[in-house]
Design a protein around this ligand. Structure first.
Ligand code: GLC
Length: 666
């Protein structure tokens, strides 16, 4: 592992290990020009991985991606940036190496877009550190990256249960009704998420007393049912006199500032807000301490949102537009005048421009957000995680973030933001799951069923059939979309069986995640990361290896009764309708058309491996799951196989492979 420093980079906090420093001009593999452009020549067979959950393929070749965290509501293939910046690439060709570009500002990765054999990384203002690492295998490269940036966060065991969410649950009654409906349907559940409506006028660290008159009692009522409430926390603090959080933030000067050092006012959900200055260590600590308001009431799980940061408008820009818009009143606008007016209006919410308008205080100096932009969400969620560690030192807590940067995986999980109820986005979810794992975000997931647009029953079921493997297992949807809790649909038995299958798989999923976290490995792997010499496997991006034992092949298209599956080796299929209802058959290496009805899940067990399952037929949450009596689903029934199980009770902050694993012979 070697590092090459260009200019004078601002530290990001991504790296935890020392690397040997070499002269920038000696950087291998790349030719450097203009002080900020790195070029690598790719041969025809080179595949390029990395960049975290993003649009397009797992092999990122053939597109241009930008690192500049953005609240992007449409994850379509012509986008270049989403919520996070994972500024590393793994190069898999005649040479195998990784490069991590450590910068908090803008960077672009042109991976054969402008010229098919050119990989060109252009780093904003030329102040960055490039780390180069090598290994013989792709998972070896992943491990090197993890050595550099630290080991992954893991949440408590209950965070691996089923989580029901919706933007629109308003009060205790709505949440009770979700639980009652799942109980009536006999579906296990561990969490119900509380989106922005639980707050008093969307103010962080408040609970609306009309909607939740006795919140601590409500939390313990849910706790008795083994339900964890998971409230949202947004990056903006409502600017309202009398609000203690806002007043303390202002008094202590912990807010982001304009160039003249006055507060930068912006609007998000609550209207006028300030951003706490997460780059300032005292402010970050203060922000982390605010979670006490909710941990004191028994809350142990949070999701941090709008932290790219997302801004509806700033007061200065809104005023500027309002002042000018009058010029267009009552005029007959020709096309250019009309476009001019449109451009003026779009200035209201030009998020990129705002990054120049507000500043952070680092070592007493003001630095514009533009230069630190990509670590804003990282610093917010790090502040939260560290706060939670101080507040609840003896327990693991749940935290996941929308905006991410390399290194945040040490503190939090992530979800992939506002997807849609589209079949294309189910496919995207499969690829993003592998991409998040590469960066170390093992606890991650997408909104199952899709966030925007309206889910159909078949989409929800196919998505669930993939989602049961996802560490973050959350059904979430947007305000105004069709209801998509599983009890809203007709085929209740099938939905129940699938969710129950998740709980039957829980000992395996938990164990594989924990082993992966201990070994700096990936829980979801693309086939190309396991069967590196198999050319065909390299092109399969809609199947994944889960942990060590199984290959999954979700059906991601509508009106299908099966799908083509490529098997890189001989495997045994378990086509499961429930934990007890399945058929099984061995398939040779190669391509096969495999039938898969809407209520079925395709699980292929690898030779020499086993999938242990537990009896989850009567569990109501992860609390009831039996981690001891496991039934093996083997490749070969007559073969003795060993399984290394990790189990630690699921709450301790201690991670210890030796202490918490046991060998089970099946
Ligand atoms: C953002 C989040 C979404 C949430 C909504 C309201 O769009 O990504 O998950 O439901 O805000 O808080």
């Amino acid at each position: 592992m070697k590092k090459y420093v260009f200019g004078t980079p601002i530290p990001t906090g991504a790296v935890v290990a020392e690397a040997e420093q070499c002269r920038a001009e000696d950087i291998p593999y790349f030719s450097v020009s203009d002080g900020n452009v790195l070029n690598f020549k790719m041969d025809n067979d080179t595949a390029v991985y990395g960049l975290g959950p993003n649009v397009r393929g797992i092999n990122k070749r053939g597109w241009i991606y930008e690192a500049f965290n953005t609240d992007e509501v449409l994850h379509v293939e012509d986008r270049r940036r989403l919520y996070g910046s994972h500024t590393y690439l793994l190069i898999d060709g005649a040479v195998k190496f990784g490069v991590f570009i450590d910068t908090a500002g803008f960077a672009s990765f042109d991976i054969g877009y402008t010229k098919s054999d050119d990989l060109t990384v252009t780093v904003g203002d030329g102040n960055f550190t490039a780390y180069i690492f090598e290994a013989d295998t792709l998972t070896g490269l992943v491990k090197e990256l993890r050595k550099l940036t630290g080991s992954s966060y893991v949440p408590p065991l209950w965070a691996f249960g089923f989580n029901q969410s919706r933007w629109g649950y308003k009060n205790e009654g709505d949440i009770r009704s979700v639980l009652e409906n799942y109980r009536r349907m006999d579906v296990p559940i561990d969490m119900i998420t509380m989106d922005i409506d639980y707050m008093d006028h969307y103010k962080d660290f408040t609970v609306d007393e009309e909607k939740f008159p006795k919140f601590p009692e409500f939390v313990s009522e849910m706790d008795k049912e083994h339900i964890h409430l998971v409230p949202i926390i947004d990056a903006g603090i409502k600017a309202e006199e009398g609000d203690p959080v806002f007043e303390e933030c202002m008094e202590k000067g912990y807010y982001c500032k304009k160039a003249d050092k006055t507060p930068f006012y912006l609007a998000v959900w609550p209207g006028k807000c300030v951003f706490p200055d997460f780059m300032n260590d005292d402010a970050a600590r203060w922000f982390g301490d605010q979670y006490k308001f909710l941990t004191d009431m028994g809350i142990r799980g949070f999701w941090n949102d709008m932290n790219e940061p997302s801004i509806f408008y700033s007061f200065d820009r809104l005023k500027m537009v309002m002042d000018k818009i009058g010029d267009y009143k009552d005029k007959d606008l020709d096309v250019s005048a009309f476009w001019e007016m449109q451009a003026l209006l779009s200035k209201i919410s030009q998020r990129e421009e705002y990054t120049k308008d507000f500043h952070h205080t680092v070592d007493g100096k003001l630095i514009s957000n533009e230069k630190l932009h990509n670590i804003f969400g990282f610093k917010m969620s790090k502040a939260a995680a560290e706060g939670l560690e101080r507040l609840v030192p003896n327990e693991r807590t749940l935290i996941f973030s929308r905006s991410t940067f390399v290194g945040l995986h040490r503190y939090a999980g992530m979800w992939y933001g506002d997807n849609r109820s589209w079949w294309e986005h189910l496919k995207l979810n499969v690829r993003q799951a592998a991409e998040a794992n590469m960066s170390g975000f093992i606890y991650s997931g997408a909104d199952i069923g899709g966030f925007g647009s309206n889910a159909t029953e078949d989409l929800a079921m196919r998505w669930l059939a993939f989602g049961i493997f996802s560490p973050l297992f959350r059904n979430h949807t947007a305000l105004g979309t069709r209801d998509q809790e599983f009890y809203r649909f007709e085929k209740l038995d099938d939905f129940r069986n699938l969710v129950r299958l998740r709980y039957a798989l829980l000992p395996f999923i938990y164990s594989e995640v924990m082993k992966t976290a201990c070994n700096d490995d990936m829980y979801f792997k693309p086939l190309s990361f396991v069967y590196e010499d198999d050319k065909r496997a390299k092109e399969v991006e809609d199947e994944l290896i889960v942990g060590d034992s199984i290959l999954i092949a979700p059906v991601c298209e509508q009106n299908r009764t099966g799908r083509y599956v490529y098997l890189p080796e001989k495997m045994r299929l378990y086509r499961m309708r429930s934990q007890t209802d399945y058929d099984t058959q061995v398939f040779e290496k190669g391509d096969h058309y495999i039938e898969c009805a809407l209520n079925e899940v395709l699980i292929f067990v690898r030779p020499g491996h086993v999938l242990p399952i537990t009896d989850a037929r009567s569990v109501s949450s992860s609390y009831d799951v039996d981690f001891d009596s496991l039934t093996p689903l083997k490749f070969d029934e007559n073969e003795r196989v060993e399984y290394i199980q990790y189990f630690d009770g699921g709450t301790t902050r201690e991670m210890n492979f030796e202490k918490f694993t046991r060998k089970i012979e099946f």
